[in-house]
Design a protein. Structure first.
Length: 169
């Protein structure tokens, strides 16, 4: 017997804001049509002509979000919500030229860290500290397990899972 559970998070919003000096609001309804909880249900809103002068609220609470560029050159706003079975929430998007993007607590972290200074002897890079880098030219003497990289490569994680990518040669 197969049990197939499919959940559909219904969000149908595609809108354009006419940016003016006045505050503009938009109500967005999000519904969980299922008989089970949805934790961190992923939602995208296609909001054209929207600059970084808005917030999203669920009642009195701010909803953390991030802005991504979509394929058509517009922007989409991405966020997650917790929804009870059959719950419908009405979110408020508030646009105001005076608003600044809020700073949200990070739920993920990524790093590529290596030992500085290229101190190398007996087949290992030496030192007790690692420095995060955004790009690197890997030294030709690098081999796996030579202690050049923290985690042997980049690592990224959330509060639920962690990943490592091992830069073995």
């Amino acid at each position: 017997m197969k049990l197939i559970i499919t959940y559909v998070l219904v969000v149908l919003v595609s809108c354009s804001f006419i940016c003016s000096s006045k505050q503009t609001t938009l109500q967005v309804s999000v519904k969980n049509p299922n008989n089970f909880f949805i934790e961190d249900g992923y939602i995208e809103l296609n909001l054209n002509n929207l600059e970084n002068h808005f917030i999203i609220k669920d009642g009195n609470d701010f909803v953390p979000f991030q802005i991504e560029q979509n394929e058509s050159g517009g922007s989409k706003v991405c966020f997650v919500l917790y929804l009870k079975p059959n719950e419908e929430k009405t979110l408020t998007v508030i646009y105001d030229e005076e608003l600044k993007l809020p700073k949200f607590a990070a739920r993920t972290y990524a790093e590529l860290a290596m030992k500085p200074g290229d101190v190398y002897y007996d087949g290992r890079f030496r030192g007790n500290t690692f420095v995060n880098v955004t790009k690197i030219k890997v030294p030709s003497i690098h081999t796996d397990h030579d202690a050049l990289f923290k985690y042997e490569g980049p690592g990224w994680e959330s509060e639920k899972v962690g990943y490592r990518f091992y830069l073995d040669w």
